[in-house]
Each structure stands twice: as structure tokens, then as C-alpha cells.
Design a protein around this ligand. Sequence first.
Ligand code: HEC
Length: 253
Amino acid sequence: MKKRLRTILAHTIVSLLFILPALCCAEQAAAPADSKSSPGKAGEAFTIQEGRPITSDQVMSQKHPPFARGMVCVECHTVTFDAVTSSTRQYINNYPQLKNEAVWKKIEAFLPGRERFALSTVYNNEPTATTVDMVLDKNEKVFYVVCEKGTEKLYQIKQNTKICAVHYEGWTVAGGGKKEWKSVQVRGTAEVIPSGDPRYSTIIDKYHLARLSKERAVLRFDLIRISPSEIVYFDTNLAGENAGIYQRWERSK
Ligand code: HEC
């Protein structure tokens, strides 16, 4: 088999950001500030060893040639992606997965209180992203959001219940440098709970309103109940725990 060996500098991997947004996180994952085992530091060499073309649902065998932490499949293989097996899914398929319940515990620990998310709703094929504060109800495994009446997202959810939401903690270049990354990407369905609904009062108590009395809240806010069907938990620390940095929780499991 013809193999071509080539050495490139780590920073050229940044160019992959333009190919697949999900790889942005893998690049960040490859470069924590102080990990000795990290191959991601600028200037350090990677070895690209060309492999055969693969499809995105193919999984590495035990005999797969070893490669440095943080490298991804497309660096050595031409990968044909289908609509189902994204690069995140490819990662999940190829690295050790924790038990569904263990992934859930990590999600709970990452979202202890009222956490700020970017929430996407869709109407007429037009996505809208807004910021919301979401509170995780650990028993029901749902999120609650308090939302000003009459906003675009409430209208959209009434027409189309499908949502996607993201919360993250990480670093920026302007913010002074590299640290670990964590994020959750939530997919699921949303329901608007208006103030006349019998569930409203109990839910708003769980939410611990900070700014307004309950009396004003009833006049001003509707609630959103988000039921996740799937959550992708991303955590660069997991590499140290011998688990894949992407973990998937599923309600149906
Ligand atoms: C550092 C380069 C490199 C990276 C990164 C890499 N591969 Fe490979 N891969 C190779 C080489 C070299 C071979 C051996 C030649 C061949 O069989 O194509 C190989 C072989 C394979 C094979 C066939 C043999 C086997 O082990 O099953 C599969 C499937 C495969 N790779 C999938 C993947 C997937 C999936 C990823 C990402 C999770 C990946 N590879 C990442 C270089 C790489």
C-alpha cells in the first residue's frame, strides 16, 4: 500500500476550522495549556500518515496505526460524510463512551443552577437564536425557561416544537489563552406554558426568580419546558479519564 509521510506544524490545523465547525472544538481540545501529553502546542510536529478513503460511519479496528492525541480522522483519511454520521458522531463512535447515566451526572454537574444558553428555534425554515437562562430539573430531566410574553421564540415554538440549545465554557484568544473546554448541545422539543396553566406556579417557584415578584411574573412571563431527546456533552478533561471528549446522552436509552 502506498503511504506518504508528511510533517506539518500544529498551527496549520487551524485551517481545518473552515472545513467543519465541529473540528474547531477538536483543535481546542488538542491544545490545553499545560498538558504534557498534548501534541497540540504550536510548533510541535504531527505525523500525517495517509490512509484509505473511508465513510464517516467506519470505526477504527484494534490494529489501527497509533496517532497523537487530538488528531482527527480527516487529517489522514478522505472521509465521505453522510447526513447522519457527522464528525461529532464519528468521534463518539470511535472513542470510549461512558454509560448513559454517567454522562447524565456530568451534565448535571456542569449545569448546577440557572445557566445561560443560546436557544435556536425554527419557523418557516428560518432559524432564530436567542439567549435564555435555563434551569435543569434533575428529576424530570427537563429544562425550564422564563420568557417575556410575546417574544419571537414563543411564537415559533408554538408552530414548531423542535429546538437546539448550547451552553459552553471555554477560552478565547483575546481572553488570554488556552484552558479546557466544556459544552452541552441539547436537542429536543419545547412547549410553551402560559401563566393560566395549572403547572405554572410550581415551575416558577423552582426557577427562583431574581428580579421580579411572582405577582408581576404572572403578568409578564410565559414559561418554556424543554424536553431533551439527546445531549452531546463535550469536555476536554475526559481525555485524562480515558474516555472520548464527546459523550452522548439519550433519553430513550
Ligand atoms: C495519523 C493518521 C490517521 C488518523 C488520524 C486516523 N487514521 Fe485511520 N488509518 C491511518 C492509516 C495509515 C491506516 C492504514 C492504511 C489503511 O488501511 O488505509 C488507517 C486505517 C484505517 C482503517 C482501516 C483499518 C482499521 O484499522 O480498521 C479505518 C477503518 C480507519 N483507519 C478509520 C479511522 C477513523 C474512523 C479515524 C478517526 C477516528 C482514523 N482512522 C484516524 C491513518 C490515520
